[in-house]
Ligand binder design. Structure first.
Ligand code: FE2
Ligand code: FE2
Length: 187
């Protein structure tokens, strides 16, 4: 029962930050690009936020929940299709550069906390050699890999969850606070 309550709290907090980032920088633009399998960058980022929080909550560690969520939601805000993206001359592969691209896009429109910057910029560790310096960054880095595996090998990841969050974005949040919503990150 406690687990379910915590999952609902986490999902609701993600929804609230999602709506705020929609107002500030139209984060739904990231729903136009597929990242793994059939999963869009936006749905992947939502999954990563939920899993990263579940990891830290499960370990009963203290953390900056708001920065973790916002960093996770923006960690892949690079806004292009990496499958077809043409690199500029001398530009390194997507895996090495997209954290910095996401950070640039986000910072162009919102002020970020140091934790949010760490989460976004360092999430590709160990592909990129510099590890995150915060526990929020470490949790997102781990959750990113777990979600990528799930999205690549699962038939229809986040189906109900994606529908719910998209409805919420379309309606400007009127679904939030309802008791019949399925806010869990699975299914
Ligand atoms: Fe990424
Ligand atoms: Fe990611």
């Amino acid at each position: 029962m406690e687990d379910m309550k915590n999952a609902l709290i986490r999902a609701n907090r993600v929804g609230l930050e999602l709506l705020d980032l929609e107002r500030r920088l139209t984060i739904s633009r990231a729903d136009a690009f597929v990242v793994h399998g059939d999963t869009t960058c936006l749905m992947h980022c939502i999954g990563v936020a939920l899993v990263a929080m579940a990891i830290l909550d499960g370990l009963r560690l203290r953390y900056d929940r708001r920065s973790l969520i916002r960093g996770a939601l923006l960690h892949d805000f690079y806004l292009y299709d990496w499958h077809t993206h043409k690199r500029a001359q001398g530009e390194r592969m997507h895996a090495f550069t997209h954290g910095a691209a996401a950070l640039r896009n986000a910072e162009a429109e919102v002020d970020l906390t140091p934790v949010e910057r760490d989460v976004i910029l360092r999430h590709m560790f160990p592909v990129t050699l510099t590890p995150p310096r915060t526990r929020e960054g470490l949790a997102v880095t781990l959750a990113d890999k777990l979600c990528a595996l799930y999205e690549t090998f699962s038939g229809a990841p986040y189906k109900k969850t994606a529908a719910l969050y998209r409805r919420c974005l379309n309606r400007g949040g009127s679904d939030y606070g309802r008791s019949d919503g399925d806010y869990s990150h699975q299914g």
